[in-house]
Design a protein. Sequence first.
Lengths: 111, 264
Amino acid sequence: MPFAFWTETKVKGVRFMHKVRKEVTGKDEPQPVNYTQGFIGAYLLVEALKKAGNNLTGENIKKVLETNKFDMMGLSADIAYKPELRKPNLSAKMYVIKKGKIEPLTGFLKY
Amino acid sequence: MKRFLLVVLAVLLLSGVGFAQQTIKIGGIFDLTGATGDVGAPYADAARDYIKYVNKHGGVNGKQIELIDTDYAYKIPQAVASYKDMQSKGVIAILGWGTGDTEAMAPMIANDKIPYLSASYSEHLVFEKTPYNFICGTTYSDQARLALRWIKDTWKDKKRAPRVALIYNDSGFGRSPIQDAEDFAKKIGVEIVDKEIVGLRDLDATTQLLNMQKKKPDFAINQHTIMATATILKDAKKLGLKNKFIGLNWTFSEKLIEMAGKSL
């Protein structure tokens, strides 16, 4: 699993995600990991738009995405695309379900 | 001279040029009600929540973001229609979703030069032929490679290689990592002994699991969303299968615990 779970409150990005959800909706009920994934997409795009400044063309946003490293606050591994290979990263963790709870089995793996 | 400048500024503001620059339009093509709506709805919630939060805190470089989003119900023609509609409305980037639709639209996306950040983590979207596609997570192929590497590295039996089955759905999403997984397994000495197809919304996987059981895998790597994964795990428990299951990212969430219950 390349993404952090709602319950991983030691992760800076998870605490930020909790804050956003609470502030925007007034609710703080746990969200599935797919919420983390949607958060990552929106967060990454906003960070790219910030760096693009007033030059908000598709070409410039692409260039910004391909030439910066994006700190994802532990929600996933940091993201760094290259123009010729736009993989955001190459790592993921393994988790296991034990007695109805999700527990990390490994750190970020590489192959 | 001063009076002339004031007049020019007033005309610019009244013409709307100044107002138009205060909003950044982005698109969102989400699946809320289709075959992957079980995982698509919370994905969309998060994107909407974060954009609201950013706007509440002053927007991006002083500009508010307008998220124009839609539920395309995991139907490729609907995704294409939504894309064209968003493009006509002037979005400068899109948050997209599925593999089949994202891959189908990649040539249009490249031609229109609209950065497209998808929730499809298909490795087909990372090379030079799809220059405006950006995936936001480790590719399905790399997730499968990582799982295979972990299997190989933790395997104790020196007399034989680990035996692995691949279970997937017959869609662009499901098929995406299969060839890469087979190639990598061969490279590192893991035996792929079976491949089974289970539909995303199937409520019974008994036949496929019985076929798989005959090939005696030690592990099954599963490329699905939660609904089909719950079906597979429940049927595996019912049949008494002994192999371990490793799911790629969309198989796994807190909801799986509710849906698969005691089979976990």
